[in-house]
Write a protein that binds this ligand. Structure first.
Ligand code: ADP
Ligand code: MG
Ligand code: ZN
Length: 472
């Protein structure tokens, strides 16, 4: 039988607040085990949690960026479960009154993947398995998270990947998280079920937890589709289960049969008061939102006149957008800036992570100085690219590599003389052009470029040369 996939994703994003959700401990990643902890985030009896206002602010910002409505009335709930990473034996989360609801992410195809809800909660500690022992590090316990739950609107592994990537980019744009999947600041749980093509009722789903890269989202879903297809084809039933995807072996296996939300015995958290998010606070956050990815991409194509594939390679990295826009703001043309970034800077950056971090010594102001030389035809693109490589190596400005007089550019008088010489020195080429072999003009371009040390504007030279030839 042929099946179609139904998929919904739950994405945990660690918020970039300085302190944890209910205490003043740092949220810094790493650190010696159990040094970023206090009695509150290790759940000692007699302590009381105090909700970090910034966490609510960040959740609002994330929700607005994903077109959600923000609930003015909220409260926290206890989600009970027993596991050593959670010393209180309950996680403080939100159940029936999350901060945000009813949003969406729009894919390139125009299809919208609904966002059911975004709620705030605390992260758990981390179990470290070593030398046959299990150790517990509570540094991560109490780090604030938002969990973004999608509708089951995703219908292919590629859509799942695109959804996660757009989500990641949007969270980075609004500055609520660095969303580094390899460091765990963004983790995806993928729910997958199959149903016969043409039917509408959902099949039983499984949930693959904590997938840690975009590529693995696609792989895990593919493995799960294969597994469920085999089960259904052999006439058996898929069991609702939590799955583990092993990226090393590219295999998926059942970790445990799935608990339902009933099993968590959710109830309102008695230690934290209900809270109200005033409408004016929401409007203030809405006004403060930066330009979002879709709008930026469109602007790069329209205002900066970049081809779509170039615009896409630039808008994907927040620091690159800041560098590009900073350079343009300093007076450089967007096209030449973009081309230098794509051809010269990116060629020094091997991985996605390198581009994401975009660590270069050159400032937008220094970059603008260089790009303006191309814009003003004082230097050709390739020479500028060579200078840029040196600037990237040293952090110095253009002036360290290019002397004033070299930047004088080409005077119209000189250009006219060289063009005339080019024509006079190449009677054979002139003949060829007159006989329709237009390519022969390249010989003359070569001469002009040589005489001008690459600085001549070839379009202008062409006009002059054709004018001379036409009058011969
Ligand atoms: P729970 O809270 O028990 O994890 P939810 O109903 O909130 O369950 O759903 C969790 C995620 O699973 C959501 O992203 C949702 O879109 C997705 N989902 C629900 N039912 C299915 C299904 N039959 N197939 C695929 N995904 C599903
Ligand atoms: Mg769930
Ligand atoms: Zn603490």
């Amino acid at each position: 039988m042929r099946y179609e996939m139904v998929c919904g994703m739950e994405t945990h994003v660690e918020l970039a607040t300085k302190t944890k959700i209910f205490c003043n401990c740092t949220t810094a990643f790493g650190g010696a085990p159990n040094t970023h902890c206090c009695p509150i985030c290790t759940g000692q009896p007699g302590t009381l949690p105090l909700l970090n206002e910034k966490v609510v602010e960040y959740a609002i910002r994330a929700g607005l960026a994903l077109h959600c409505t923000i609930n003015e009335h909220c409260h926290m709930d206890r989600k009970n479960y027993v596991y050593p990473d959670l010393p209180k034996a309950y996680q403080i989360s939100q159940f029936d009154e999350p901060v945000c609801e009813h949003g969406y992410i729009e894919l390139d195809s125009g299809k919208r993947i609904g966002i059911t809800r975004i709620h705030i909660e605390e992260d758990a500690g981390k179990l470290v398995h070593e030398n046959g022992y299990t150790y517990i590090d509570y540094n991560r316990g109490g780090v604030p998270l938002i969990e973004i739950v999608s509708e089951p609107d995703i219908s292919s592994p590629e859509e799942a990947r695109e959804y996660a990537e757009k989500l990641q980019l949007t969270m980075r744009y609004v500055g609520v998280s660095d969303c580094k999947m390899q460091e765990g600041s963004m983790r995806c749980d993928v729910n997958v079920s199959l149903r016969p093509v043409g039917t509408t009722e959902f099949g039983t789903r499984t949930e693959s937890k904590n997938i840690n890269s975009l590529a693995n989202i696609v792989k895990a879903i593919n493995r799960e589709i294969e597994r469920q297809t085999d089960i259904l084809d052999s006439g058996e039933q898929v069991l609702q289960a939590t799955m583990r995807y092993d990226a090393d072996t590219d295999e998926i296996s059942i970790m445990r049969l799935k608990e339902n939300s009933d099993d968590y015995r959710y109830f309102p958290e008695p230690d934290i008061l209900r809270f109200i998010i005033p409408a004016e606070k929401i409007e203030e956050a809405r006004r403060a939102l930066p330009e979002l990815p879709t709008a930026k991409l469109a602007r790069y194509m329209e205002e900066y006149e970049l081809p779509e594939n170039n615009a896409r390679q630039l808008y994907k990295y927040k620091k690159v957008t800041e560098f590009l826009e900073g350079t343009v703001a300093a007076g450089a043309g967007a096209k030449n800036t973009a081309n230098l970034i794509l051809r010269t800077i990116y060629s020094q950056m091997a991985t996605e992570e390198d581009k994401e971090n975009f660590e270069i010594p050159t400032t937008p102001a220094q970059m603008a100085e260089l790009v303006k030389l191309i814009d003003e035809k004082k230097m050709n693109f390739n020479s500028a690219a060579e200078v840029l490589v040196k600037m990237l190596g040293s952090g110095e400005s253009v002036s360290a590599y290019v002397k004033e007089e070299e930047l004088a550019g080409v005077s119209n008088d000189d250009l006219a003389v060289w063009c005339r010489e080019a024509v006079e020195n190449n009677p054979k080429a002139v003949e060829d052009i007159k006989n329709g072999k237009d390519k022969a003009i390249n010989v003359m371009f070569g001469y002009v470029m040589k005489m001008s040390k690459g600085k001549a504007d070839i379009k202008v030279a062409e006009g002059i040369i054709r004018d001379i030839i036409s009058k011969l």
